[in-house]
Ligand binder design. Structure first.
Ligand code: ZN
Length: 319
């Protein structure tokens, strides 16, 4: 029987996204299940496989048609073994995710970090447009990174390749989840931008932003972008400084991998050109002119589906 079906799985701390995708890249079905965190997340692989088996049966797709399962998981993944060294938000430590899923399903299973997988997905079916060299950045609660070099995702020697959220951008800066200080994530993530804004408000600055906060009793990056657009000088400076640091970091990565595309996604990217244009301006200032010539900045196109497409593509790439 021809193997014409790919299974993509994207494991998050709240939900697991699953998809059945054809080898041509058509989405046949996608759905989510909750991530059950009790007992240290032990039941997650079984939950995933039960739900996929049920779906395949509903769709009358025989398991024999499945080429394999590609899985994105949070945390550091040991290349080759597919073991999750540590995934704090699920509770896994040295968790043999690949072996467990392979034993449950009888299928070939491939596992990589969720941000790396999302980069593969964006490159296969989204904004990357199948270039050989690409950098994907997700500006969400944290800063996620994925690098495709010569068509391959970079995982590194022990699974910390492309962890661009943890480039040090400020010595003795704000504390990061990784235990160090001044990582890019502490500045350019949604969390980092809001933290900087709260500091301004505590100093009695950013009065337009303060009005917005008083109206809805909280601030997100949306209110900060709005305050800057309304002429709040302090909010403008905050964003200018943040985008300068982000553009500077991307410029330094770009002279190493020479990407044809830098794909920016995540909640902060909803700001569109108000984000892309200043980051690109900073990037141009700090990178080699020839590196800049080759590089196009684009917004991510697949949203939450990037991970499952990337998982499916990982299977395709390995067969
Ligand atoms: Zn860090």
């Amino acid at each position: 029987m021809d193997k014409d079906i790919l299974i993509g799985v994207d494991i998050g701390g709240t939900t697991v996204k699953n998809a059945i995708i054809s080898i041509q890249g058509e989405m046949i079905d996608k759905w989510e299940i909750p991530t059950v965190l009790k007992n240290g997340g032990k039941s997650v692989p079984q939950d995933i496989w039960n739900s996929i088996e049920k779906k395949l049966s509903e769709l009358s797709i025989s398991k024999d048609r499945c080429l394999g399962m590609g899985v994105g998981a949070p945390g550091f993944i040991e290349p080759g073994t597919g073991k999750v060294a540590i995934a704090v938000n699920i509770g896994w430590k040295d968790f043999a995710l690949k072996d467990i899923l392979r034993d449950l399903s009888g299928l070939q299973v491939y596992v990589d970090n969720d941000a790396n997988i999302a980069a593969l997905g964006e490159n296969w079916k989204g904004a990357g447009n199948q270039v050989n060299n690409m950098l994907a950045v997700t500006l969400g609660t944290g800063v996620g990174g994925g690098i495709i070099a010569n068509g391959q995702v970079i995982s590194g020697a022990n699974g910390t390749g492309a962890e661009i959220g943890h480039i040090t951008v400020e010595k003795n800066g704000a504390s990061c989840n990784c235990g160090r200080k001044g990582c890019l994530e502490t500045v350019a993530s949604a969390t980092g931008i809001v933290r900087q804004a709260e500091e301004l408000l505590a100093e009695g600055k950013a009065l337009k932003l303060k009005e917005k906060k008083n109206q809805i009793n909280r601030i997100t990056t949306k209110e900060i972008f709005e305050a800057a657009a309304d002429g709040d000088q302090d909010a403008m400076h905050l964003l200018d400084r943040t985008f300068d640091i982000l553009g500077f970091s991307l410029a330094n990565i770009a002279v190493i991998i020479n990407p044809a595309k830098i794909v920016i996604g995540g909640g902060v990217s909803k700001a569109g050109d108000a984000l892309l244009l200043p980051v690109k301006r900073a990037f141009e200032t700090y990178t080699l002119p020839r590196t800049n010539e080759a590089c196009e900045f684009v917004l991510a196109a697949l949203g939450n589906d990037a991970g499952v497409y990337g998982g499916a593509y990982l299977v395709l790439q390995n067969n």
